[in-house]
Design a protein around this ligand. Structure first.
Ligand code: SF4
Ligand code: SF4
Length: 393
């Protein structure tokens, strides 16, 4: 296992972190025996960063039992997350945190995150409820060591959030297709320059970079290295860079864990050769060519004076047709928010002013393309679905 230093705490963290969102399941729910076995196998191989969340159904409880059964609590760093939408008062902060300690059968959380903090307004709401004082108290008592936030929103919001508080770490989505999406490379570098530890999630873009590549893209990588798995290319692309500290992978089988461990053993900054970078560039081009709207997510067209998140509209739409309905709508909900009228940044807000088209280096017909996105992503049949999902979220 390779390790990188958390610049804030000095902790030596394994480059491969264990994401606990999708633990192995049996007929009646999470398979406790397998979960405990995976914990042992991972720690024995040197993994020391484990990430769960209050809202990962059954995950905190199952991991707590595994920690208890193995006695490995002091051999690892434990990260979990606050569901900030459930916080309505300062008392909720204590109530939820105490419940998490109980579920995890521990007295402290090493890395505590505000889960999926979307923007400054959401943070300010929490500040109004006294979260800053609450964090100070928890840190003074030793119940929380490092405080951070995870993020799936827009890049500008991420940059604002970075400046809003003395964060110690952050967790962002990042992979070779998402260089300009969400926080992106700009956000990664900004966080690192501020001295934050950066944890990467979705290195395989929900598994699609391992199992959902177009055949021509897979062929390029197989040709470049017949022995390397598609997943290892995606991990190595991140580990090649100095800014990320931990890369999370949601592993739910011993085989998957063993494969990722083997890749992580070789992880080092600058590990990819110029030829390997070229192969990945080719893959990105092939994937982008398979897109319905050839947007590169460069954001030169932004900001839209009427609040349309142009690159995210196109990204989610392309994903829907290149990687499936679920992936496409997952992106649409997290970026465009059709279920939240006050935060909605979708194609229906376009006033056809044309300001964006003059700035697009790809010369895209943005106004027409937004109409296309609207027609397909917000068709009449999707509206009841959007309303239902909105209620669930
Ligand atoms: S044309 Fe539409 S998307 Fe483009 S800047 Fe104007 S309102 Fe925004
Ligand atoms: S400028 Fe063009 S290519 Fe860049 S994000 Fe906007 S629409 Fe996409």
């Amino acid at each position: 296992m390779q390790y990188r230093i958390d610049p804030q705490s000095g902790n030596q963290l394994s480059v491969l972190g264990f994401g606990l969102m999708r633990l192995p399941r049996g007929i009646t729910g999470i398979d406790q025996e397998q979960t405990t076995g995976l914990l042992k196998q991972a720690v024995q191989a040197g993994v020391n960063y484990f990430d769960t969340a209050y809202v990962y159904a059954g995950s905190e409880q199952a991991f707590g039992k595994a920690l208890q059964a193995t006695g490995l609590r002091d051999s690892l760093y434990l990260a979990t997350k606050l569901p900030h939408q459930m916080v309505r008062s300062a008392a909720d902060l204590d109530r939820i945190f105490e419940e998490q300690l109980k579920r995890l059968q521990t007295e402290r959380i090493d890395y505590y995150l505000i889960h999926n903090l979307p923007d400054l307004a959401s943070w300010q709401r929490l500040v109004g409820l006294g979260i800053e004082e609450w964090i100070s108290k928890k840190k003074a008592s030793g119940q929380i060591s490092q405080i951070g936030f995870s993020f799936h929103g827009k890049q500008n919001d991420f940059l604002e959030l970075l400046d809003a508080y003395a964060w110690q770490f952050t967790q962002i989505q990042y992979n070779y297709l998402d260089v300009n999406y969400q926080a992106g490379m700009t956000g990664l570098k900004a966080a690192q320059q501020k001295g934050l530890m950066v944890v990467i999630m979705e290195p395989l873009r929900g598994g699609k970079l391992a199992t959902g590549l177009p055949a021509a893209a897979s062929a390029v990588l197989k040709n470049a290295d017949p022995n390397a798995s598609l997943a290892s290319w995606a991990f190595n692309w991140i580990w090649d860079q100095a800014e990320p500290t931990v890369v999370l992978s949601g592993m739910n089988s011993a085989e998957q864990l063993a494969e990722n461990l083997a890749t992580a053993d070789q992880a080092s900054v600058g590990l990819l050769s110029p030829e390997q970078h070229k192969a990945l560039d080719q893959v990105i081009q092939i994937i982008q060519k398979s897109y319905r709207i050839p947007c590169t997510s460069c954001s030169y067209c932004m900001p839209c004076p009427h609040g349309v998140n142009i690159p995210d509209c196109f990204n989610a739409y392309n994903t829907r047709y290149s990687q499936g309905l679920v992936s496409g709508y997952t992106q649409y909900f997290s970026g465009i928010r059709p279920h939240q009228p006050e935060r909605y940044s979708g194609p229906s807000k376009c006033q056809a002013c044309g300001a964006c088209e003059r700035k697009c280096p790809q010369n895209l017909a943005i106004i027409d393309s937004l109409l296309e996105v609207r027609k397909h992503m917000e068709a009449a049949w999707t509206r009841p679905l959007i309303a239902v999902i909105g209620k669930i979220i």
